[in-house]
Design a protein around this ligand. Structure first.
Ligand code: PMP
Length: 430
């Protein structure tokens, strides 16, 4: 079917489908390129939203999935366990930098991982409250919507949210929130609203994702660790977007040397197969009663096979080093654009978790969300998927596969440059 025909079906039958601006339907994909239903070639700088760090349909993962399909497609792991689940648990326990000996629960999505992390923290501490951060994003289930600091457009239409969630400022010096101020805010939250005696956990993204790609400093993360220890609260690092090699380490928290109690992960775990994980210190992971964790599909055998293949690819193809190298390249290009364009500001990256801001006034960091939307639209017309994010909607984030070929990376970056040039009329010399 053509894009036009599929769009008609989407409008008629897909919930909320008419509201989505995307009109090209993916027909097939390979590494960093997608071909749509009309045969158009599109470069993917979104990686399915950070899911494809090793590229679309990595051959090794495809092979592992096919082999698993010939063995077992599904059993519920609490009813009839299978090798893939325990192997994934063993491997993740070894590579995830949580305190002490780690145990693992698998789920299906990022939001489910956060839901279960909170359940585990409540069971482990016997306390109810969680503290989350301004600008944070954790998912679209009710608990995670309540946890989100970034509320629009996710929670506005859905009535009241679960309680026991409190908020603290995330340090973003570029927008005037210093680390000291953020810490003061956190301490104030603990003093006034979320009594530490009732608080089970602090949940933090080591790099703010949907909220604008801002890494927290090592000293801030260390302070959170200390506050958690002081008050018997668990530190939960949400690495759903920053994990699995995006920042040049397996997990972003490794840049700080801090060991949280629990890390949640999902994107890029299985090259697009649905799976997520909650990895935490064994005493906490074992705290709840028998059969209290899990679900029909959690950690499907097929997704587990994909995850094991992804972990092998990380070793064999030096994905972490390549992530660092890609980030360096992007950082240089951002610096060039900042010189060339009055509207480009605040280029930043931790490994290849990279972003820049579009502004109408550089001196005052005035966000220009309209330009960001226009840039993404123009880029799409020229054959590039580009995504914005951030509290002000003016951040352009770069989440292309780490394995992207040099020529395709250059081609995509040239599209960004040309689109910007067309939109703001300044020369791009890079
Ligand atoms: N946490 C973070 C940090 C995320 O970036 C996301 C997704 N963008 C989620 C949780 C939710 O993941 P999912 O969409 O798989 O539920």
């Amino acid at each position: 079917m053509t894009n036009a025909e599929l769009n008609e079906l989407k409008k008629r039958y897909v919930a909320n489908g008419a509201a989505s601006p995307a009109t090209q339907f993916a027909d097939r994909a390979e590494n960093a390129v997608i071909w749509d239903a009309d045969g158009n070639r599109i470069i993917d700088f979104a990686g399915g939203i950070g899911v494809l760090n090793i590229g679309h349909r990595h051959p090794k993962v495809v092979e592992a999935v096919k082999a698993q399909l010939d063995k077992v497609m599904h059993t519920c792991q609490t009813v009839m366990p299978y090798e893939g689940y325990v192997k994934v648990a063993e491997k993740l326990s070894q590579v995830t930098p949580v305190r002490g000996h780690a145990k693992v629960m698998l789920a299906n999505s990022g939001a489910e991982a956060l839901e279960n992390a909170v359940k585990i923290a409540r069971a482990a501490t016997g306390k109810n409250n969680v503290i989350c951060f301004d600008g944070g994003y954790h998912g679209r289930t009710f608990m995670t919507m309540a946890m989100n600091g970034k509320v629009a457009p996710y929670a506005g239409d859905f009535g009241s949210m679960p309680g026991n969630v409190f908020r603290a400022p995330y340090p973003v010096p570029y927008h005037g929130v210093s680390e000291d101020e953020a810490l003061r805010g956190l301490k104030m939250t603990l003093k006034t609203d979320a009594n530490p005696r009732d608080t089970a956990a602090i949940v933090i993204e080591p790099v703010l994702g949907e909220g604008g790609f801002y890494p927290a400093s090592a000293s801030f993360l260390k302070a959170i660790r200390e506050i958690c220890d002081e008050h018997g609260m668990l530190m939960i690092a949400d690495e759903v977007q920053s994990g699995f090699g995006r920042t040049g380490k397996m997990f972003a928290i490794e840049h700080s040397g801090v060991e949280p109690d629990i890390i949640t992960m999902a994107k890029s775990m299985a090259d697009g197969m649905p799976i997520s994980a909650i990895v935490g210190t064994d005493v906490h992971m074992d705290a709840s009663g028998p059969n209290s964790l899990g679900g029909t599909y959690t950690g499907s055998p097929v997704s587990c096979a994909a995850t094991l293949a992804v972990l092998e690819v990380f070793e064999e193809e030096n994905i972490l080093e390549r992530s660092m190298a890609l980030g360096e390249k992007l950082g240089k290009r951002f610096a060039q654009w900042q010189q060339d364009f009055d509207c480009v500001d605040n280029g930043r990256h931790l490994g290849s978790m990279a972003a820049l801001d579009l502004v109408s006034d550089k001196a005052n960091h005035t966000p220009n969300a309209d330009l960001a939307a226009a840039l993404c639209k123009r880029a799409r017309e020229k054959g590039l998927v580009l995504l914005s994010c951030g509290l002000f909607g003016n951040t352009i984030r770069f989440l292309m596969p780490v394995t992207i070929e040099d020529e395709i990376l250059e081609e995509g970056l040239a599209i960004v440059e040309e689109s910007l040039k067309e939109l703001v009329g300044q020369p791009a010399t890079a």
